[in-house]
Design a protein around this ligand. Structure first.
Ligand code: ATP
Ligand code: MG
Length: 578
């Protein structure tokens, strides 16, 4: 371990043990081989390099877990570097949200927080060095002209008429570009490589363009900004990264990454590409998220239906469940689409252990126990989590008037409906056996109240004479319940592949019109008044929920449904097929 690594205060994150026991993926194999051969003197330094042009999505979580995970497993560090080379699209709000999201996922970069913009001066000097070596030139072609002269996969490109400018003229023009003498779009600095290269990225790529834009960190100091391919390899080099891990779309850019660092003859990390994470029913692109937000299709970047980390957090997902998904999906070289049900499965596995169970009625119908004493309240004992005895028990008030789910009552029960109906006896969870005696209807014929009798001998839900009932339903006491709004979510898109569209349509045409259902008249057991925003609870028989961290207020609670209880993935995994 080098001294450079020891002086960091970057703490190893959760994955050091989470990944244990799994066989090494191909990236970790490369790292292990390099450690064995001493290629980097035993150093392992990775980085996560987001562009602060939007909020992170769950795809980024895969990259975060991989980069921070490898660093942690090697007792080393992962840098958080903002790739802030495009001032027109970048904002401080995004910088802050990205930091919060990485922390929430459980990782820490310690003091290794960097910005590509901190290297602008060094990048400029390196560009001058390339000009002096005859490896870069100032080009007067417009962006359109550059595009047209680039050629295609089968035909070579055409040399720029400015390609053979003298070194002196290039130095002078580049310096004047920096000084702001030229208008946007009138000049670029281009690498002088090969307009006939079979790799289009090597056809004299643009290194710098003129942008008279205010930068969120460097202000108005610069009016020329480096392109990604040039800025990225140099940032990696300056930070002495060992393994520069990125997604497959950068594979064709690797020769350019290597070209810049070879020509500059500087420290040279190894770029390694892996397959990105894709999920069904989900788009995974900040550009599209911005469209969804600006178009008002969602309430914001953290709308609980958004596949952003902040959306998942607000919805009630846990960092453990997202890390578990990343670990199960693994790291490979071939692109694939992961079933959203698998993410929900990871979530349920985690929540099942930790979420206390409470009672809530989302669509209430009133039940009156006609033989229960008026004005009496009993405290019933309820188990907080049968999966976790240490979670203990709580008291739930019981009284003469209750609410149950409309769905748990049928005046005319269909076959196999065993819940409450006239003449039928059911168990109230932690309560009593009750029998439906009568229904009360309004003038329109709707059932507004169900009148039942209770059996005092069945307190706690046990029958002393071994009498069986076929259903156990949940309830809340009308007098004690708190009112709440509950938001039910479904997939944001109605197709597995939202980009699968007919001609003339876009992914926006695949938005699911029923992705949000708001229930405003829900009744919750009173202990939910203290629910901590974001903390998971299970509403018995209904699913996992959490108080909304943004909109929930004391006395005016708002709950999000995180997930239903039905686990389709568990079934798929068991039968081994789809
Ligand atoms: P988007 O296309 O959504 O805007 P991006 O790739 O432009 O994403 P960056 O901020 O440049 O976003 O990404 C930071 C890092 O995250 C990069 O190293 C990138 O390879 C990685 N990354 C982005 N999307 C995914 C994904 N779906 N799966 C895994 N890694 C990803
Ligand atoms: Mg990008």
């Amino acid at each position: 371990m080098s001294s450079a690594n020891k002086e960091t205060d970057g703490k190893p994150g959760p994955d050091a043990s989470e990944g244990a026991g799994r066989s090494l993926d191909f990236v970790r194999k490369i790292v292990a081989e390099d450690n064995a051969s001493g290629k980097w003197d035993g150093r392992v330094v990775t980085r996560f390099p987001p562009e602060p042009n939007g909020y992170l999505h769950i795809g980024h979580a895969k990259s975060i877990c991989l980069n921070f995970g490898i660093a942690a497993e090697n007792n080393s560090v992962c840098h958080l570097r903002f790739d802030d080379t495009n001032p027109e699209k970048e904002e401080t709000e995004y910088v802050e949200s990205i930091q919060a999201d990485v922390h929430w996922l459980g990782w820490d970069w310690g003091k290794n927080l960097f910005y590509a913009s901190d290297y602008f001066e060094q990048m400029y000097e390196y560009a001058v060095q390339l000009i002096k070596a005859g490896k870069a030139f100032v080009c007067d072609l417009t962006a359109d002209q550059v595009r047209h002269s680039r050629g295609t996969l089968t035909t070579p490109g055409k040399d720029s008429p400015f390609r053979n400018r003298s070194i002196e003229e290039n130095l002078d023009l580049f310096q004047r570009m920096r000084a702001g003498e030229f208008d946007e779009g009138t000049k670029t600095l281009r690498a002088k490589i090969d307009m006939a290269s079979p790799n289009l990225n090597l056809r004299d790529p643009v290194m710098y363009r003129i942008l008279k834009a205010h930068h969120h960190r460097t202000g108005d100091k610069w009016c020329i900004y480096p392109m990604y391919d040039y800025a990225h390899c140099i940032s990696d080099s300056i930070e002495h990264i060992t393994h520069s891990i990125c997604t497959l779309e950068f594979e064709d850019h690797r020769p350019l990454y290597d070209w810049f660092l070879n020509e500059l003859d500087v420290y040279h990390p190894q770029q390694i590409e892996f397959a990105r994470l894709n999920l069904t029913y989900t788009v995974m692109s900040k550009r599209k998220f911005l469209e969804l937000v600006r178009g008002g299709h969602v309430s914001g970047w953290d709308d609980p239906r958004m596949p952003t980390i902040s959306g998942f957090r607000r919805r009630g997902y846990t960092p453990e469940s997202i890390r578990d998904l990343c670990s199960r999906v693994g790291v490979a070289k071939n692109d694939s689409v992961v079933d959203f049900a698998m993410l929900e499965h990871c979530l349920r596995e985690d929540l099942n252990k930790r979420a206390p169970r409470m009672m809530a009625v989302l669509r209430p119908i009133k039940v009156v126990l006609t033989n229960y004493p008026e004005g009496q309240t009993e405290e019933m004992d309820a188990v907080n989590n049968p999966e976790d005895p240490s979670a203990g028990t709580r008291k739930v008030p019981f009284s003469r008037v209750l609410y149950i789910e409309q769905d748990d009552f049928r005046e005319v029960p269909p076959p196999k409906f065993y819940r409450l109906s006239p003449g039928r006896e059911v168990r109230l969870r932690y309560g009593y056996f009750i029998t439906c005696q009568e229904v009360v209807k309004d003038s329109a014929g709707n059932v507004v109240e169900v009148h039942c009798t209770y059996d005092p001998a069945t307190r706690g839900g046990d029958s002393p004479d071994g009498r069986k009932v076929k259903a156990t339903i949940h309830w809340v006491s009308a007098e004690h319940a708190i009112n709440a709004e509950v938001r039910l979510y479904d997939h944001l898109f109605r197709k597995e592949d939202p980009d699968d569209v007919a001609e003339g349509q876009t992914y926006l045409d695949n938005l699911n019109p029923n992705s949000l259902e708001v229930l405003t008249d829900c009744r919750l057991e009173p202990s939910l008044a203290d629910a901590k925003p974001g903390a998971p609870v299970q509403f018995e028989r209904l699913g996992y929920f959490c108080a909304d961290p943004v909109d929930s207020r004391p006395g005016k609670p708002v709950f999000n449904r995180t997930a239903t209880l039905k686990d389709t993935w568990a079934k798929i995994a068991k039968t081994g097929g789809r």
